[in-house]
Design a protein around this ligand. Structure first.
Ligand SMILES: CCCCCCCC/C=C\CCCCCCCC(=O)SCCNC(=O)CCNC(=O)[C@H](O)C(C)(C)COP(=O)(O)OP(=O)(O)OC[C@H]1O[C@@H](n2cnc3c(N)ncnc32)[C@H](O)[C@@H]1OP(=O)(O)O
Length: 197
């Protein structure tokens, strides 16, 4: 099977310009939802992924693979690695564009095994925007920011309205998320959030 990728983004796009109030490079991003499997502090077996804004249209994330993340003995589960990329890419979209969006499509290339105990350094970037569609991609480097690429991913996020979460999700958890989000913004001395697509 060929590893040659299809053109990316797959449609003509405009540059995905970060929101004027997007956190500046070097900002450590907070947990977006305490129970989130990707980043939440209250998700015991979760990934506890942490993210920092990079230069340009980039967010750097990292997480350490534990025994709770295994697929084969001593190795990370591939689906779990895909989850880490979903989170890292979603964080880039949410924090840089400051618009709520959900994953429409996520593809991953697994290039090297990722052992338990290793740390994956994920560099996620905004590739372009076409209407409500935001294209993003990321590389996951093993054990150092410039380590070998173990996993790459590309994704389409679709901007949604607040009702996506209020209609389909858990209203109480949503309230908690909104509170947490407000707290994060206040800690960074920031305010509003674009909630309409
Ligand atoms: C106060 C609150 C503030 C919150 C602040 C938070 C800040 C934190 C920041 C950041 C951290 C976030 C970190 C999270 C990371 C994890 C994210 C996830 O895992 S999300 C869960 C998994 N994803 C789903 O559950 C989606 C389920 N799918 C849907 O709901 C729909 O299918 C949806 C919304 C994706 C699209 O449905 P439609 O009806 O709205 O729109 P249609 O017309 O179908 O699609 C729009 C365009 O997108 C294309 N599209 C959609 N899906 C596609 C696909 N799979 N492949 C190709 N194109 C696709 C379509 O062809 C269409 O394109 P054309 O506009 O016509 O050109």
């Amino acid at each position: 099977m060929s590893r040659v990728s299809q053109p990316w983004p797959p449609v003509p796009v405009e540059p995905a310009v970060p929101h004027p109030k997007a956190p500046s490079p070097g900002t450590e991003l907070g947990v977006h939802f305490a129970e989130c499997f990707g980043c939440g502090d209250e998700a015991d077996a979760g990934l506890h992924l942490r993210s920092t804004v990079g230069e340009g249209q980039v967010v750097h994330s990292r997480f350490t693979v534990t025994a709770a993340h295994q697929g084969a003995p001593g190795l990370a589960h591939g689906g779990l690695l895909a989850c880490a990329f979903d989170e890292a890419l979603g964080s880039a979209v949410g924090n840089l564009m400051r618009r709520p969006a959900v994953t429409g499509k996520l593809e991953t290339d697994f290039r090297r095994p990722v052992p338990v105990g290793s740390t994956l350094f994920i560099e996620a970037r905004l590739d372009g925007i076409a209407g409500r569609k935001i294209y993003v991609s990321a590389d996951g480097h093993l054990d150092a920011e410039d380590g070998p690429v173990a996993v790459s991913a590309r994704a389409l996020f679709v901007v949604v309205g607040f009702e996506h979460f209020s209609t389909h999700g858990d209203p109480q958890a949503l309230e908690k998320l909104a509170e947490q989000h407000k707290k994060n913004l206040q800690q960074r001395g920031e305010r509003d959030w674009e909630i309409n697509p």
